[in-house]
Design a protein around this ligand. Structure first.
Ligand code: ZN
Length: 156
């Protein structure tokens, strides 16, 4: 067991998108200071009201699965997992609606259609998805279904 997670923050492909609070990742976007519109990734200006005064916004780490699919072939560049057509592992991709209402496109930790349902609760995590040419693990953010009953239903 290693509780000291802040000392082991993984190498992220997208460090500007993720913040850590007590070892838990959360999505970092931006909010328009004028109209309150939220953006992810963070935007330099608001496309709704054209204001350029934007503040960082912590979008949280839980949302609802809005739509999803399974990526079952190797994406073209700039996808950079280091995988080839031969060793590629399919993965889920979805839109997760955060409490602020924004829908975030994300990789999912689950690639099994049987385990994904529109409307299910999802939680943010960080996991390795490949290696650089130098062999260093690259991490990205993923959403995983929140399973309330670990080990399955057990009605006596
Ligand atoms: Zn605005």
């Amino acid at each position: 067991m290693n509780e000291n997670m802040t000392a082991h923050q993984p190498k992220l492909a997208c460090p500007h998108l993720i913040g850590f609070n007590n070892g838990r990742p959360s999505l970092i976007g931006s909010r328009c200071a004028n109209c309150g519109e939220v953006y992810f990734p963070a935007a330099a200006g608001c496309t709704r009201c054209l204001c350029t005064e934007m503040t960082p916004a912590d979008l949280g780490d839980e949302g609802i699965l809005w739509s999803w699919t399974i990526q079952d072939f190797l994406p073209k560049e700039p996808y950079n997992s280091g995988e080839t057509e031969i060793d590629f592992q399919p993965y889920g991709v979805g839109y997760v609606q955060m409490p602020s209402g924004i829908k975030v496109e994300s990789r999912l930790s689950v690639a099994d259609p049987e385990k994904l349902r529109i409307g299910m609760a999802m939680r943010l995590d960080v996991q390795p998805y490949g290696k650089t040419p130098a062999g260093e693990s690259i991490h990205t953010f993923v959403f995983s279904p929140i399973t309330s009953a670990k080990g399955g239903e057990n009605h006596g």
